[in-house]
Write a protein that binds this ligand. Structure first.
Ligand SMILES: [Zn+2]
Length: 305
């Protein structure tokens, strides 16, 4: 009898333990972003691939802004991602805001990108709205949703928004001003702020949606990712999280239910649904999504001098 109770207790522990692992997929927007004097585009792509592979990340999704493909090298960089087993998604051609364009103009741009992506491997039919602008009226959101569905696209939503783009702009600014850069501290700021955003939106899901979800992290295909993606992944894993394939994350039964009636989309799908259930917008933005907060953090860490 005691042995039996022991076996039951062990099994309960095993199953609870295995289901407790939180999951997140990695996505990188605006690929292929141009290189600069600090790091060429090719080097950036190579470093991101190596950083992911060093952490045994088998799949990640690069949302392509086809207007960024300016030359043969741009094409080769996207092919390098797919050859490494990663996937590409649709992030428009001209990176226009749907809130500031007509549905027709947006769809023309969408279709241009859709055609360009046909010549690549490993393309998933997922569209990520530039600036996470889903359309400022329900009518527009419904129109676009219907058209995307006709073309068999799903929305490539995010669950974890953050300001990696702002920290990256500060890095490029420091480089152009020839400031000295403490890369170890820059790494801490990057990893720490993104980790805090992950924890924040995970807590929003548990508290306001009442469930665990499969997360989708928004990153950009920028210099910070090239420098520190391996460190970021190692940190996420050290917290007991699992990196999953984006195609797996986009099967989340709670988050997949998009309605054009959701009006608060720019902080990601978890926040949009929490707002729809009555949570105040002010509670749905992590403190790291704030330029003043990040300026102060970069300063106290003496990242740039
Ligand atoms: Zn973008």
């Amino acid at each position: 009898m005691r042995a039996f109770i022991f076996v039951i207790a062990f099994m309960a522990l095993f199953f609870c333990g295995s289901s407790a692992s939180k999951e997140i997929a990695l996505t990188f927007d605006d690929a292929p972003l141009p290189g600069n004097s600090f790091m060429s585009g090719e080097e950036k792509t190579q470093r991101i691939i190596e950083g992911l592979q060093a952490q045994q990340v088998n799949d990640a999704l690069f949302f392509v802004t086809t207007g960024n493909i300016n030359d043969e090298q741009g094409i080769e960089r996207l092919n390098a991602y797919t050859k490494a087993g990663f996937h590409l998604g649709h992030h428009s051609h001209g990176h226009f805001s749907l809130n500031k364009s007509t549905s027709n103009d947006y769809l023309l741009d969408f279709y241009q990108s859709h055609l360009i992506l046909q010549s690549y491997d490993n393309v998933l039919k997922l569209h990520r709205f530039p600036f996470l602008h889903y359309g400022e009226t329900q009518e527009k959101r419904e129109q676009i949703k219907a058209r995307l569905e006709e073309l068999q696209y799903q929305i490539g939503y995010v669950t974890v928004d953050n300001f990696d783009w702002y920290i990256n702009s500060k890095l490029l600014d420091a480089i152009s001003k020839k400031k000295s850069i403490n890369y170890d501290r820059l790494k801490e700021v990057y990893v720490e702020t993104i980790w805090r955003s992950i924890e924040f939106y995970d807590q929003v899901a548990v508290k306001h949606l009442g469930t665990e979800v499969k997360h989708v992290l928004l990153l950009h295909e920028n210099e910070l990712a090239a420098l520190f993606i391996g460190d970021l992944v190692a940190h996420i894993k050290s917290k007991g999280w699992k990196i999953i394939a984006p195609s797996e994350a986009y099967k989340d039964p709670t988050l997949i239910k998009y309605s054009a009636s959701l009006e608060f989309n720019k902080q990601g799908r978890v926040a949009a649904m929490a707002h729809d259930r009555g949570t105040d917008k002010a509670l749905l933005r992590s403190e790291a999504e704030n330029t003043q907060y990040l300026d102060a953090l970069l300063k106290t860490h003496s990242v740039f001098k």
